[in-house]
Design a protein around this ligand. Sequence first.
Ligand code: ATP
Length: 466
Amino acid sequence: MNDQNLMEKIVSLAKRRGFVFPGSEIYGGLAGTFDYGPMGVLLKENIENLWLRMFRDDRDDMYGVDATILMNPKVWEASGHVAGFSDPLVECKKCHVRERPDILIARVHVGKALMLPADSSKQFELLKKEKIPCPIGGEHEWAEPRQFNMMFRTHAGAMEDESAVVYLRPETAGGIFMNYKNVIDSIHPKLPFGIAQIGKAFRNEIAPRDFIFRLRELSQMEVEYFVKPSEWQQAFEEWRKMMHLFAEAVGLPNGMVHELEVPDGDRAHYSKRTIDFEFDYPFGRKELWGLAYRTDFDLSAHQKGSGVSLEYLDEETKEKFVPHVIEPSLGVDRTVLAVLASAYREDDLGGETRTYLALSPKVAPVKAMVAPLLKNKPELVEKAREVREALKKVHPAIAWDDNGNVGKRYRRQDEIGTPFCITIDFDTLGENPELLDTVTLRHRDTGEQERLTVADVAERIKSAVA
Ligand code: ATP
């Protein structure tokens, strides 16, 4: 299967099985927006809950906040986003289409090695030198690059003038910095401590693409971890390890996640060190998550901008200083895509080609499916419902599917990545007394079946999803 093909299959399965739908689809969609369907919501929530557990709840030094998307615009002035959160764009002089120079260059170099200069004016030189054509009209007359701010602007209240401008947050981090002082004043944590938040962020990306990889409305799972300036390296290493552990926990194969030390000149304006965690997506190796050392850039800028002291008082040494910050920033949607892409499988089972998602049981939307062998036998249906109720005590995501024959039910569950299917038959009811109260447990990846008691099945599910 070539990679283009694989991507098409993932997008198609995501739609067919209720994971991800194009946003506002019946009106022709809206670029850069996708909605999560019934299965996608469960997958996404499982990923988010795992993150909350590992990054917040299992630690004694982490706290949560849920800040607003709309904030005082001064937040984004101080953070540098009003001035600097932009992409360089070139415009075709003929048809006026706008595009990032690096994207235009990459388009004509697909599959060829290319050292792309980081600087947009150097990219522009290359664009002219290689006579790179406009993807619409084919001309190669480009105007000088201009900066295009990626923040969405809107107006708060009835006035639509400049004084009413507010931004949709481009990262959730801003809401965390706004609550740093509130958390200190209400909870009194000692350094080092961190604040975690999951929420929506908005970026007016020039070219949203690659399904849910580059969106205009996205979700982020972010931590701002506050440390003494001298202790940033230790914290950086700690979170670096944690990110690898999280990749493993959601089921991303080790060999598909790579670190990239982002060189000087390519880092965001606030960062002194950044490691991009890249993933081998079907369309190439691309950024999955980022880990940044943001220094005291944000807190100092907000202290200056607001006139409110954001210094931390060390009770022991009586020293006052602005803490430094380590930021693990993880995109939810890019994680969902990486999980789907690495779990997609096609194989031959019993002489038939089948598609399945080899999802980790921890993130699988449905943990097990229960069904009676025949749906027109009330005694089987009743017993199957009883078994399902018992298993629901272990985990709520236990599905019921009595449509069609057993083979078809298995195929449906395989496509949504359900690790276990349980069938209740006449032996369960005691037709063969030795098998009374046992069920057939079928394993997704191998198609193998075994006969177990309901209590054993419950144990299996419990240990798989823990
Ligand atoms: P890129 O270079 O791919 O544009 P970035 O470096 O701007 O990404 P960050 O600002 O570091 O991204 O954002 C943190 C995380 O948020 C990213 O690692 C990614 O997981 C996610 N993210 C950023 N932009 C998008 C987007 N447009 N769509 C989906 N997820 C995104």
